[in-house]
Design a protein around this ligand. Sequence first.
Ligand SMILES: [Zn+2]
Length: 249
Amino acid sequence: MDFSAQHTWENYDPRGKVLLRLNKIRALIPPDVRSILDVGCGNGIITNALAENYAVTGLDPSSTALSYVLGPSVQASISSIPCGNRSFDLASCNEVLEHLSTSDFEQGISELKRVASSYLLIGVPHREQLAKKFFRCADCGHSEHAHGHLRSFTLGYLDALFAPDYERLNVSVFGIRERDIPAWLLRCKRRQGQWFVPPPGSTCPVCGSAGFMHQSTPATKFCNALNLIISRPRPYWLLALYRRKSGLE
Ligand SMILES: [Zn+2]
């Protein structure tokens, strides 16, 4: 995904999934919160909605994305937030952490902890099976996650990232339900040439081709039917609220 391109943000939420997340976010924000920094706010779907009730600042590295944010905004990376220590009651970070390189990720976690005075609200895919969504370019063979996700999160992993400074107050697992697929069954599909298909308009980041491998054969149909029997769908999103522990500086 090209996060600096206008078409990415104009078509970012065609099925309204973000609105479901917005309702969960509203429900988790504690009553004493007044100011929010929305880190990696993208085109501000959530930022603009929360601004009805809070003093919200959007932060994103993309000036194109920020052009859709109606209120105050800061163009910056999560790895270097140009805001003072504890300058917002709550820092929120949704659909961001799973995309970050290791150095941005480590710096980003410490920046979130630093700029929030009281709370962190973190949204990530829950126990995502990354391999399931790898595409394969039909021309050069390049393969990567279709949405650029580089890491997967459990609740325990998330808790450990923010400890010991922050403790978890609340959590919600919700949203569209997806099925995992056993590794052996995924390998079986790939041997037949069936990979995940990226969103329409996607191109290979290596060679620019718009062709992706997605063969459908009797064997892949069998694999997919078998997975419907042996796997159970589960909610895809994890949203966790953390509070800064008193006495820790
Ligand atoms: Zn390619």
